[in-house]
Design a protein around this ligand. Structure first.
Ligand code: SF4
Length: 311
């Protein structure tokens, strides 16, 4: 049985300007002890997809399809059962440590609070465990750091605190939303090394705009564009032999591949282009691409792609 299976998942938000189709008929699965990278430009719907799994979307969100976790539909279970799963089985490393941490609580207290909530330990025991965990996250002088407030820590340390909080309950599945965003390259490498270690033996969905980050840590990569998936497959194969023109564009925009930007910008999720959603930016687009919306084709070798040139 798959650990997680998204079946025809859709998420939309009604707004005064129209309906935002943030996640559009997505099918995706993650196995036990598998790390999946979800890649795409800002605003493509990847964070919404991640938040829909853990049911932390804005109340106005309309969600359809199924989110099967060990065969159980997370959209069907009670709010109480979902709270139990959250943290204990499924943990989130949210996107922005500065806004995700409580600025008026010491970081040690914030971690201890999570431990107490899920393990029923005393405050003193939870504090001791929190300090130990900060040490395991290679935060120097963890006793002193635990007594500090978020603004007293560097960006890298705040990220480590968020990772500690996510791990505090020993989850099976971690959703990590842009864990290296805004970090300098040295800190980014340190956080990636740490993520690799702490997610060993667990499953993970890593949401990132950085293909290089996904490649360095994930077993498989799924590429998202304008609310839908365009390609997925094993990380090495996606990087060495990308099939979709958008994936090729993302790879060419990496510093190691010449920093060639993809022309144009992502479409609005309210006014999506006709036919292939990538056609206004695709160098290979034909007349057909403007009229026919390509299906996702499962190539049967662990890969799938949505492009008429690959059928
Ligand atoms: Fe480009 Fe056409 Fe393929 Fe879309 S379907 S990616 S526009 S070639």
């Amino acid at each position: 049985m798959r650990l997680l299976e998204l079946v025809d998942l859709t998420v939309s938000f009604p707004t005064v300007d129209g309906v935002v189709r943030a996640v559009d008929h997505v099918h995706l699965s993650i196995d036990d002890v598998e790390r999946m990278g979800l890649i795409g430009e800002t605003g493509c719907g990847k964070t919404v997809l991640g938040m829909s799994i853990i049911r932390l979307l804005h109340p106005s969100a309309r969600v359809g399809g199924r989110i099967l976790y060990r065969g159980r539909d997370l959209l069907e279970i009670s709010a109480r059962d979902m709270r139990r799963l959250r943290g204990k089985e499924i943990a989130l490393i949210p996107q922005n440590p500065t806004t995700s941490l409580n600025p008026v609580l010491r970081v040690g207290d914030q971690i201890a609070e999570v431990i107490q909530l899920h393990h029923g330990m005393s405050k003193t025991e939870a504090w001791r465990l929190a300090v130990n965990m900060l040490g395991e996250m290679r935060i120097p002088d963890p006793e002193r750091r635990a007594r500090q407030y978020p603004h007293e820590l560097s960006g890298g340390m705040r990220e480590r605190v968020l990772i500690t909080m996510a791990l505090a309950c020993n989850p099976t599945f971690i959703i990590a939303d842009e864990p290296t965003k805004g970090l300098d390259s040295k800190t980014k490498s340190q956080i990636l090394r740490l993520m690799r270690t702490v997610t060993a033996g667990r499953s993970m969905l890593m949401i990132t705009h950085d293909l290089g980050v996904a490649r360095s840590i994930c077993d498989r990569i799924a590429v998202m564009y304008a609310g839908e998936l365009l390609e997925w497959g094993p990380s090495e194969e996606i990087m060495d032999d990308p099939l979709h023109p958008y994936t090729r564009g993302l790879i060419n925009s990496l510093p190691s591949h010449g920093l060639e930007a993809i022309p144009g910008t992502s479409p609005s999720l309210i006014n999506l282009p006709s036919g292939c959603r990538f056609h206004p930016r695709c160098r290979l687009a034909t007349k057909t691409c403007k009229n026919i919306h390509p299906d996702m084709i499962d190539l049967g070798n662990g890969r799938a792609v949505r492009c008429i040139l690959c059928t």
